[in-house]
Design a protein around this ligand. Structure first.
Ligand code: BG6
Length: 480
């Protein structure tokens, strides 16, 4: 197996190192890279947070989170080795003095060498620009190859995103900024483009003229209790649709880039994302809140925060403008299941033939990663019955080079590959679209439907597809 290994010594700093994101995603991802022997001999990892903590306590915290979260088998020797490279720095995010001290500590550990330095901002968006400004200030001391990784949420609306980008891009050139949406690190999401490149038969069919409708479903069987202070302010539309699901949609519906290079990919994604249209006003969405949401500590009894949303949208481009796209996502639903259904049109002369179903392409992203092509045929003889001739195949990664999302994306940053990251323009385009939906949902002209915990969400979602003569396709989960 040809594994990409990082050859050169590096520094990796995590801002917000005592927070949840670092514990749940970043430390385990670093362990995975170590376990696959992708790390060089020499490297230094710093945790940076305001909380005072010794190196020892930090290492214990890392060990605990890696043991709870890594997807790879635990090897204590590898973990001990990783932890030996880790140090903690307690500093303020907005005080230049903290960064001066931090720079000295870095140089002490690198023996004065200016190494490639990846910085990961696992902090709320309000502090992004403070950190980027201060990092840029110490860059001449610690080395020019300083890369900044920022994870979604990128602000809370178009204006706040513009504000962040305005400041960050004064501090860093665009090739050094990595805007991370972890969905783009998922195998199955990456495989959308691969499937299109590798199969002209499939790609030819991904054409608005041949498609009846597209449905994206992302249901989760948990609520948000441990992140309620964040979630209650943003709601499901910002949390899931604004980036994750619209990014997936763009990969599926964009023109196939002529080159598999980041500039070409971004150009095509932007063309779709900037053409998203929400036409339905109150009738173009269904929102809901799960029954026990208001019982979560910290949620006000009058909370209007949606935990479920189904949206009907269009892409204003020549081949697509008539194709309805339905996106639905919710918390505390019956199961965790993410999938895309592309439903093709029948032949024009067959539209009314109810014996034949529309062909479908189904891409399951999680928990299983599978692709299904639904075709139909007759069951031989004199029977007039049509039968399902579905071909299904797992597209899950196998072998010893598989990595969860953050591990994969960190490797891309080491390789300076922007293909699986976002651009400012894409993010602004999706915020423009999302802000429009939100203005409608927040106007309270749209009803917030209460739905039962562990259900399919509000039944009113059916009206959204029905108005175009369609219905939601509920893809069953395979039993293990
Ligand atoms: C995060 C959202 O970005 O994605 C969470 O903030 C959500 O609310 C999560 O649960 C879903 O990610 P995944 O990989 O579990 O589908």
């Amino acid at each position: 197996m040809n594994l990409y290994r990082i050859e050169k010594p590096f520094v990796f700093s995590i801002f917000g190192a005592s927070g949840d994101l670092a514990k749940v995603k970043i430390f385990p991802a670093l362990y995975d890279l170590a376990a696959q022997r992708r790390l060089p001999k020499e490297y230094v990892i710093f945790g940076y947070s305001r909380t005072p903590m010794s190196d020892e306590a930090f290492r214990k915290m890392v060990e605990k989170s890696v043991k709870g979260k890594s997807t790879l088998p635990m090897n204590q020797k590898i973990l001990d080795e990783l932890i030996r490279h880790m140090f903690y720095f307690s500093g303020q995010y907005d005080k230049p003095g903290s960064y001066n001290e931090f720079a000295s500590k870095i140089l002490l550990k690198t023996k004065g060498r200016k190494l490639t330095h990846l910085t990961y901002l696992a902090v709320p968006p309000q502090v992004f620009t403070k950190i980027s400004k201060n990092l840029a200030r110490i860059r001449p001391k610690i080395g020019e190859d300083l890369r900044l990784i920022i994870e979604k949420p990128f602000g809370h609306d178009e204006a706040s995103a513009r504000e962040i980008f305005h400041h960050v891009s004064m501090d860093f050139s665009s090739d050094k900024i990595f805007l991370l949406d972890h969905y783009l690190g998922k195998d199955a999401v990456q495989s959308i483009l691969v499937l299109r490149y590798a199969n002209s038969i499939l790609n030819t069919l991904l054409n608005g003229n041949l498609i009846s409708n597209i449905q994206i479903t992302a249901s989760e069987d948990l609520s948000v209790a441990n992140r309620i202070s964040y979630f209650d302010q943003v709601g499901i539309i910002k949390d899931m649709i604004q980036s994750h699901l619209l990014q997936m949609l763009s990969l599926l519906t964009m023109e196939l880039p002529v080159e598999q290079k980041s500039e070409s990919i971004h150009r095509e994604k932007f063309a779709v994302l900037s053409a998203l249209k929400y036409r339905g006003y109150e009738k173009g969405m269904v929102i809901g809140q799960h029954e026990s949401y208001k019982n979560i500590e910290g949620v006000k009894k009058a909370s209007w925060t949606p935990t479920f949303a189904a949206i009907r949208l269009f892409i204003d481009r020549q081949d697509w403008y008539k194709v309805p796209i339905y996106i639905r996502t919710g918390k505390m639903l019956k199961k965790k299941h993410t999938y895309v259904v592309v439903e093709f049109k029948k032949h024009a002369f067959q539209e009314k033939n109810n014996l034949i179903q529309n062909n479908k392409l189904i891409i399951e992203l999680q928990p299983d990663q599978k692709i299904h092509v639904k075709l139909y045929t007759k069951t031989g003889g004199a029977s007039s019955e049509y039968t399902d001739l579905t071909t299904s195949k797992s597209i899950a990664c196998f072998g010893d080079d598989c990595l969860p999302e953050h591990g994969r994306l960190l490797l891309d940053v080491f390789q300076s590959d922007q293909s699986n990251f976002l651009t400012f323009e894409e993010i602004i385009a999706t915020w423009k679209f999302t802000d429009k939906i939100l203005r409608c949902s927040e106007s309270k002209k749209v009803k917030l439907h209460l739905y039962e915990d562990y259900s399919d969400g509000p039944s009113q979602q059916d009206a959204l597809t029905k108005r175009d003569g369609h219905h939601w396709h509920d893809v069953p989960l395979q039993k293990k």
